[in-house]
Design a protein around this ligand. Structure first.
Ligand code: FES
Ligand SMILES: [Fe+2]
Length: 429
């Protein structure tokens, strides 16, 4: 109607009015196109996520935990190579449960802190000015810079990028050059908390927040967490000498070209590979006495010391003692207790085909100054570890070959089967 009127009154205004109408129409049309494209992109994204989830779900179901070990097939090689499967493991296995990230001596005094990375999660753990243990995402609220690095002692977290400063309880105390910025409140820009707990010598984190809990950034009750993390194995581990009386000696890290589960599988084969791959270690163990006990999320392998005097060598050197205990805590933590030593192995996934294993060595305090014993023990341990690295990298190459998909278990490999059943339970949708 408006256009008709314009046509009668003036040709130029007709043109103007028509152009305006066209522009309005074009604008409306182009908005619709961009909305359409945006929606189409979102639909494609959703479909991709859905397809990936359904693909992962198919892969998970390729392993049947109901089949007993005598008849079971191992999980398919795609569990060890597929990127979407790896993503799903990060979300469900690593972020959803308690994870060891360090040892309590690292945050012994107020203001001590350490940092680390789990999957894509950068974290910092500290003991604040009041002695409370806290953990946060180690990411600045301004432009996402990593905030703290390494470990040590600090009175606050100072961002190296633009100088924003956070207290050890995570609150933002200073935001530089923000005068004139509207709707900005310091108290809404603090660090994002993570759940943290200490059990014995171990510091644990949980990435996925439990919405029902308040004050998630404050230390959780260690004994409550231990029962969730270790189940009924707590007593057996304490009896076996896993406690916090040991002195920390050193940390060794190995990056291995294999999926994180290859390393765990190797640990969980009930000593099967020891006579073939660790001839040196074998002389210190009596494999006839090898036994395995399965708990809810923990498996404990035990073995007596070999040799004439319980593992002692001719010159009296005895790293392993009379009894060795190897505890695997699902999904990726191993506690090894032998002779005067306790060492822990933490297996961190770095991608479908790469992992890092962190060895922390703890020793009976009466021997902590015996440098010769420590050096020789660490050399032996390293030799065994390097033998395992070769085995694990060879297995990964075999898993990637078209010649292999699924294998079989030997009866001694029950702890490995238990591990795969737990993974299946954890990953099924
Ligand atoms: S990114 Fe931290 S202050 Fe800018
Ligand atoms: Fe080994």
């Amino acid at each position: 109607m408006m256009t008709m009127l314009a046509t009668i009154t003036s040709p130029s205004s007709t043109l103007k009015s028509t152009t305006t109408g066209y522009l309005k129409l074009h604008h409306k049309f182009s908005v619709s196109v961009s909305q359409f494209r945006h929606r189409r992109r979102r639909i494609h994204q959703t479909l991709r996520v859905f397809a990936a989830a359904s693909n992962t779900s198919n892969l998970v179901e390729e392993f049947d935990p109901e089949i007993p070990v005598e008849r079971a097939l191992t999980p398919p090689s795609s569990w060890y190579t597929d990127y979407q499967f790896h993503r799903c493991e990060l979300d469900r296995v690593f972020y959803g449960g308690w994870q060891v990230v360090g040892y309590s001596d690292q945050i012994k005094a107020n203001r001590d802190f350490f940092t680390g990375r789990l999957g894509e999660v950068e974290f910092v753990v500290c003991r604040d000015d009041e002695g409370k243990i806290r953990a946060f995402h180690n990411v600045c609220s301004h432009h996402a810079s990593i905030l703290a690095s390494g470990s040590g002692r600090k009175s606050c977290f100072f961002c190296p990028y633009h100088g924003w400063t956070y207290s050890l309880n995570g609150s933002l105390v200073k935001a530089t050059r923000m005068t004139g910025i509207e709707n900005f409140a310091l108290n809404e820009m603090g660090l994002k908390p993570l759940r943290v707990a200490v059990w014995g010598p171990f510091v644990l984190l949980k990435v996925t927040q439990d919405k029902s809990k308040k004050e998630e950034d404050i230390e959780s009750d260690g004994s409550v967490v231990a029962s969730e993390w270790l189940g009924s194995s707590v007593g057996r581990l304490s009896e076996g000498g896993v406690d916090s009386t040991f002195s920390f000696i050193c940390r060794r890290e190995y990056t291995i070209d294999c999926n994180w589960k290859v390393f765990c599988d190797n640990y969980l084969d009930g000593g099967y590979h020891v006579p073939y791959a660790h001839k040196g270690l074998m002389s210190g163990l009596d494999l006839e006495t090898y036994s395995t006990t399965l708990f809810e999320r923990v498996s404990i392998q035990e073995c007596g010391g070999g040799g004439s005097k319980a593992g002692e060598e001719e010159d009296g050197f005895d790293r392993l003692g009379s009894q060795a205990l190897y505890a695997f805590v699902y999904p990726n933590f191993m506690i090894n207790r032998y002779g005067p030593w306790m060492d822990t192995n933490l297996v961190i996934p770095l991608g479908p085909r790469k992992c890092k294993v962190v060895f922390d060595y703890f020793l009976d305090p009466s021997l902590k100054d015996d440098e010769a014993f420590i050096r020789r023990s660490l050399e032996e341990s390293k030799r065994v570890q390097m033998e395992d690295v070769v085995l694990c990298e060879n297995v990964q190459r075999g898993l990637e070959s078209p010649a292999y998909d699924k294998g079989r278990y030997a009866l001694v490999e029950k702890p490995m089967h238990h591990f795969h059943c737990l993974l299946h339970q954890n990953l099924k949708i």
